[in-house]
Write a protein of this length. Structure first.
Ligand SMILES: [Zn+2]
Length: 73
């Protein structure tokens, strides 16, 4: 577990399947989230689908300082 550099919230880095890129997730699952955490620890992004999947949201979607992420990346 690590924490967001701009707001200090706990985040979990996961690899997005197929892209090799990492993305920060809020660590708690969220009903209706669009990021699915797979059993092998990678993530896939789906808007809809299996209702039993464990779903999360990107920390970029919930970070109160998301604008700073965009400015510094
Ligand atoms: Zn943050």
């Amino acid at each position: 577990m690590s924490s967001c550099r701009s707001c200090g919230a706990p985040i979990r880095w996961v690899k997005v399947a197929g892209t090799g890129r990492s993305m920060p997730l809020d660590p708690d699952p969220v009903p209706g989230g669009n990021v699915w955490l797979l059993a092998d620890g990678t993530a896939e992004i789906h808007a809809v689908g299996d209702p039993t999947a464990i779903r999360h949201v990107s920390h970029f979607a919930t970070c109160p300082n998301a604008n700073q992420h965009r400015r510094t990346r």
